[in-house]
Design a protein around this ligand. Sequence first.
Ligand code: PLP
Length: 391
Amino acid sequence: MDDWKARTRLVHEGSRRSQYGEMAEALFLTQGFAYQTAEEAEARFIKAGKDEFIYARYGNPTTRMFEDRIAAIEGTEDAFATASGMAAVNGALTSILSAGDHVVAARALFGSCLYVLELLGRFGVEVTLVDGLDLDQWRAALRPDTKVVFFESVSNPTLEVIDIKAVCDLAHERGATVIVDNVFTTPIFSNAVALGADVVVYSATKHIDGSGRAMGGVVCGRRDYIRGPLEAYIKHTGSAMSPFNAWIMLSGLQTLDLRVRAQADTALQLARTAESHGAVARTIYPGLGSHPQHGLALDQMGSGGTMLALDLKGGQAAAFRFLNALRIIKISNNLGDARSIATHPATTTHQRLPDEHKKQLGITPGLVRLSVGIEDAGDLIDEVTAALDMI
Ligand SMILES: Cc1ncc(COP(=O)(O)O)c(C=O)c1O
């Protein structure tokens, strides 16, 4: 299997077939597993082999197929699937942090990720937030007792692109473990491990499912971490992925490359359209030459990705008029779906952030985030142009 390219791996990697030789991955919708003998049960509790299962909260054959497939794509030794993206973020952090440890994280984080960091503070973990784009701030914040560095490789919703290699190099000088939330980058455009990340987390809810159906997450990394502290934390605290959701995610992975590349092509066309429209103060898309980290984005991801943001000149009123004029593009707070989605972060996903924090992150009243789907690019361009004209 070593020579298989990503698209082949996305279709086949990790597959296990039962005695029936089924083509599609089997859904093992079972909580438990029966042992032939008491000795076998005892042996499995002492050390379960890769294809030996105990209880679905610990692992399941369908879930294991998903874990093997995503690990192969990400280029890590192993992966552990979780009930949601937040279960992955929380597990990745909490499983290795203890009271007295120090974390440095980029300030531009998804709201729930910020909540987890606040929670860790209640248990004696000290957290320093920095401007993720400013390497001097990372350098100044890192200390000998810094255990973990955490950031979103492309931030939500303002699409700042963090220099993964530079931050990893600084973190590793201090012996810190780097955990990257790679949701906006997607596994297709990810080079995070090659650039030095120790652990990569995804909300599988987004592009991996890709059809807006099931919640899920995954933590990818070295086997000693994944099958050591991470697995222990997830299996004992109860946040493993359900076999049913893993089965959905497996088929999501099969079409991931095709979808995400088509979405990114359309996103670039939409960004170019928006950039030349008078109603838009700023079009934020890493694939545009005007994006402050355009060169880094292309080096790091080879693409501008599937997400863009428009800062509309007329503030919230203009943003709402734009959203209300959309028909194909749905108003929702999700992303990574085959259906295009528009979000007004200031009043929804980032509503609870204090105004000062919103300002620091560039979440203005006129900001609209677009998650580009797989619909016809021409239809989406016509719709966005008409909605912008209406403002
Ligand atoms: C960057 C990022 N990380 C993590 C999550 C959490 O994922 P989930 O909703 O699957 O828990 C999200 C969800 O939007 C996200 O955007």
